[in-house]
Write a protein that binds this ligand. Structure first.
Ligand SMILES: Nc1nc2c(ncn2[C@@H]2O[C@H](COP(=O)(O)OP(=O)(O)O)[C@@H](O)[C@H]2O)c(=O)[nH]1
Ligand SMILES: [Mg+2]
Length: 399
């Protein structure tokens, strides 16, 4: 009897040992570091778990080394992001950089140029450099690119600002906004830091990108012979540009050689160029060719507008200034609508029409926020000018 009991003890002991061994070996990396049976590369966290294993037993968090880079191989264009900002814009531009990096640039690592009429402070540089995956560069704008030209009558300009304040015209009483619009119209692409680049993508504070961008839009522009692009288009406030169109007409009369044969006049005018319909591409987003802006044609155009004083005697925005130039001096095939770059700048959203597209590109915009087909958008004109077929379901987004 004692022998049988002894054999039973041995069987129970062996069973218990086997059970303990089984529990240990199947617990995996959540219990003991370094014992994962997954290949280290199958999940980003696994890489760090094995690193932490040396010396002590630890859990799988924190993952102090971050995610491995998801960089797309292949050539890069000679391109940069460009942002005009003040030091106090740091947290708003931080949000924009995060969006651009998450949706696109973490895979492409393009540089980022920051420009300011003042010196950037250390906080601005530290925060933005930490967020951007490419090289960051910080430039101060030369005084002559951010001041009143000599030919401007200061009293006349001040009187206009007073009148615009009375009329409650947006930014109507602001001097700095006028310097900003003139700088964006005629100078940013000539800043020494920008001269290194052929292509730029303009980014403003507090924008959002709503879909993944899995290809290189700069390369797309080059491959398809595009020079200027947009995502939102709308009508400009009439009160800010009363004489802009006539000044443009003087310019084209003086330099007819600069007007492209196959231009986009139909986008800008409903009567063959007699009047401006106020449609423009919204320039807070732009991917474009800086060499085009540096061309003699564009510089003559800008100088002509600048001489007339409209940046200060009215309140000309860089959006209509760029748009009219692109519309008249580029071939219409050189202007691209980036339907796939879903974008927000207060108060308008471009959210691509079509559920399948939005799902495929991991978009998080609300379809009903899409501005494209609403009454105040100029996108329909662009589609008609270029004989493009409007996407299925656009009618449902018109109101
Ligand atoms: N450095 C600098 N940047 C400015 C100034 N005013 C505006 N900006 C920048 O110029 C761009 C347009 O200005 P914003 O206030 O966004 O104008 P809005 O988009 O027309 O309402 C943004 O990138 C701003 O950060 C200024 O006085 N100094
Ligand atoms: Mg803005």
């Amino acid at each position: 009897m004692a022998g049988t009991r002894y054999v039973r003890y041995v069987i129970v002991a062996v069973f218990c040992l086997a059970l303990v061994w089984y529990i240990n070996s199947s617990a995996g990396p959540t219990t003991f570091s370094g014992s994962t049976s997954q290949p280290a590369t199958s999940k980003p966290n696994a890489v760090d778990t094995t690193k932490q294993a040396s010396g002590s037993v630890q859990g799988t968090t924190p993952n102090s080394n971050g995610l491995p880079p998801a960089v797309v191989n292949g050539p890069r264009m000679n391109a940069t992001f460009v942002t005009l900002a003040r030091n106090q814009d740091v947290w708003e531009i931080a949000r924009s950089i995060r969006q651009v990096e998450d949706r696109f640039n973490r895979k492409f690592n393009y540089d980022w140029v920051f420009l300011n009429d003042d010196e950037f402070n250390d906080e601005f540089k530290k925060v933005t450099t930490a967020l951007a995956s490419g090289k960051t560069k910080y430039g101060k704008i030369p005084k002559e690119h951010w001041s009143f030209p000599d030919h401007i009558d200061q009293d006349k300009a001040a009187k206009v600002r007073d009148e615009m304040r009375e009329k409650k015209i947006i930014y109507g009483d602001s001097v700095s906004y006028r310097h900003m619009c003139r700088f964006e119209s005629g100078f940013f692409f000539r800043h020494p830091l920008m001269l290194d680049y052929e292509w730029y993508w303009r980014v403003e504070p507090s924008i959002e990108l709503y879909c993944d961008i899995d290809y290189d839009p700069f390369k797309f522009m080059a491959d398809n012979k595009k020079k200027y692009s947009f995502v939102l288009s709308l009508y400009e406030y009439v009160e800010t540009i009363p004489t802009l169109w006539n000044t443009v007409k003087d310019f084209t009369a003086k330099f007819p050689q600069y007007v492209a044969k196959d231009n986009s006049m139909k986008f800008l005018s409903d009567n063959g160029g007699v009047d401006y319909n106020h449609c423009h591409f919204w320039s807070n987003f732009e991917i474009a060719n800086a060499n085009w802006l540096r061309s003699q044609a564009y510089l003559d155009y800008f100088n002509h507008l600048d001489q007339s004083g409209g940046f200060f005697y009215e309140r000309w925005g860089d959006a209509p200034v760029h748009s009219i130039a692109a519309g008249l001096m580029l071939d219409k095939s050189e202007i691209h609508f980036f339907n796939d770059i879903a974008y927000y700048h207060v108060p308008f959203t471009h959210c691509p029409t079509g559920e399948q597209y939005r799902m495929d590109h991991k978009c998080h915009c609300k379809p009903e926020d899409n501005f494209d087909w609403k009454g105040y958008s100029c996108l329909s004109r662009f589609y008609e000018l270029n004989d493009m077929k409007k996407p299925e379901g656009y009618e449902k987004e018109q109101n």
